[in-house]
Each structure stands twice: as C-alpha cells, then as structure tokens.
Design a protein around this ligand. Structure first.
Ligand code: CA2
Length: 149
C-alpha cells in the first residue's frame, strides 16, 4: 500500500528553544534550530516542506495551531515549558487532533528524569503521541510517523 504524499509539516517550537546550542548542551545537545531544520530537510522527500518555527509567545503558538487546522497540516510540537501548564495551548492542540490531523508532542530531553514539575504534560492527553528523550531524534521519529505511519 502506498501512503498519501505529505506536502508540508509544521514543526513548532515553544519558549527558549531559540537558544538551543548556546547553553545546557548536556541536556539539549549542541545543535541549534538551523541544525534541526537541516536534519529534518535531509530526512524527508523533496516533495515535503519542513516549516520549522519558534516563538516565545503563547498566543503566536496557538495561532499557528489554528493555521494547521485551517490548512490541514500535520504538526510536530515541542511546547517547551508551556507543556507543563498551558491549558490554552492544550485546547488549541485538541483542535488539531479533533480535526483528524496528527499532532505529535516531542521533547529533546526526557522530562520524566528531571524536576518534578516537568513530569506532567497538559498537552499529552490531546496529542496523537509523545516522543521524548532522543535529542533531535525525537523530531525525526515524529516526522517519520507522519510520513509513514
Ligand atoms: O526537552 C525538551 O524538549 C523540553 O520541552 C525543553 C523545555 C523544557 O521546559 C521542557 O520541560 C522539556 C525547555 C527549553 C529551553 O531551551 C533551552 C535551550 C538552550 C538553553 C537553555 C534552554
């Protein structure tokens, strides 16, 4: 069986992830978002666009999830610290999955091995799935699922 082509994947990143590569390499590795984008572009077919974005603003991230619904675009989401407390982001993520689109929550680190407050995600309950602890490989695994199931 052949799967449908996926023209675009939104890869959305929450607060402080724009600082990747500059601090805490022991937790988040030494790569930055440009390196992540290059890794994903190299992984997908030429016919699939990786639309990678980062924001420190909750409202902007929510707006991008609305855009995903309106354009029927699958989502890879690293909500960063919003993971642990943003019910607004959860409601927007639920709009994506309720529209029948995949939304995969990813984390570079494994939050369950870290501070207590990182053990809870308000996003996971409305996500298609969750991948954590594999560095940038978490994103690659999520994209692989979107492309191949
Ligand atoms: O492991 C992940 O991907 C996280 O989503 C990253 C978030 C954290 O709040 C989550 O619990 C787990 C933090 C992103 C902060 O990014 C930085 C990047 C470079 C230097 C310092 C922070």
């Amino acid at each position: 069986m052949t799967s449908n082509p996926v023209p675009r994947i939104l890869v959305l990143n929450g607060p402080n992830l724009g600082r990747l590569g500059s601090r805490e390499p022991e937790v988040y590795g030494s790569g930055n978002l440009e390196d992540l984008e290059a890794l994903l572009v190299a992984f997908v077919p030429e016919t699939t666009q990786i639309d990678l974005r980062q924001t420190n603003e909750e409202a902007e991230l929510i707006g991008w999830l609305h855009e995903a619904v309106d354009t029927a675009t699958p989502v890879v989401l690293n909500p960063a610290a919003f993971t642990h407390y943003s019910y607004g982001l959860r409601d927007a993520a639920a709009l994506v999955t309720k529209a029948g689109l995949p939304l995969i929550e990813v984390h570079i680190s494994n939050p369950h091995t870290r501070e207590e407050f990182r053990h809870d995600s308000v996003i996971s309950g409305v996500a298609t799935g969750v991948i954590a602890g594999f560095g940038f490989g978490s994103y690659r695994l999520a994209v692989d699922h979107i492309l191949h199931g």
